[in-house]
Design a protein around this ligand. Structure first.
Ligand SMILES: C[S@@+](CC[C@H](N)C(=O)[O-])C[C@H]1O[C@@H](n2cnc3c(N)ncnc32)[C@H](O)[C@@H]1O
Length: 190
């Protein structure tokens, strides 16, 4: 079950700097976020900023039976809802995304095949955002893809400075309309 719209709104207002929004992603945005994922091959998918699980559920619906989804979320109310998604393939990590490598290691993995991020980089401290992006690039296997949603193009240069290739999609059917950055590693960053 999701949080009620009004409760999500209140949670967004209460923690606006870390949540970065007052509405969860639309199904159109969720689909665009996971479009680059090859679900037949993906074994380890990492989600950053899972909220109350709207993208999480889209990923689980398409993921193979032997794959794992490791979803990071710092808000305890959202984590409680995520833990109620009764799926043995999902690992909910109540920790900040900059600990991606140590958390992957703790769960027995040395890399991620795909990283799907809804982190609000524009409202997080700049150094923290840059640190998370660098660590994500390092945790991604060569050939892996990092997708990031954003409501503006302001950080395009930052993604381009960290990943080898960055392409862009626009999703008008979301409140507010959003961009999805598709960032690829062609070489190892670790
Ligand atoms: C824009 S919301 C996205 C929620 C949901 N994935 C969606 O698409 O509707 C961003 C989420 O990132 C979480 N978050 C913020 N900073 C974080 C961090 N450093 N590590 C992990 N999650 C974080 C917030 O608590 C919030 O739930």
């Amino acid at each position: 079950m999701y949080m009620k719209h009004l409760d999500f709104f209140k949670e967004g207002i209460r923690n606006i700097r870390t949540t970065g929004t007052i509405t969860r992603s639309s199904r159109f945005l969720c689909r665009e976020m996971i479009r680059p994922v090859n679900f037949e091959k993906a074994k380890i998918i990492v989600e950053l900023g899972a909220g109350d699980g709207v993208i999480t559920r889209h990923i689980l619906d398409r993921m193979s039976a032997d794959a794992k989804l490791i979803s990071f979320e710092v808000n305890d109310k959202f984590c409680e809802i995520l833990r109620n998604i009764n799926d043995p393939r999902l690992v909910v990590v109540e920790d900040s995304a900059e600990h991606i490598s140590s958390q992957l290691e703790e769960h027995g993995f040395d890399h991620a095949d795909y990283i799907v991020s809804a982190l609000p980089f524009l409202s997080l401290p700049k150094e923290l955002g840059t640190d998370i992006l660098r660590k994500s690039a390092a945790a991604l296997r060569p050939g892996g893809v990092f997708t990031q949603m954003q409501y503006s193009l302001l950080l395009k240069h930052l993604y381009e400075s960290i990943f080898d290739k960055v392409t862009l999609r626009f999703v008008p059917l979301n409140v507010p309309p959003a961009f999805v950055f598709i960032c690829e590693n062609t070489t190892s960053k670790s």
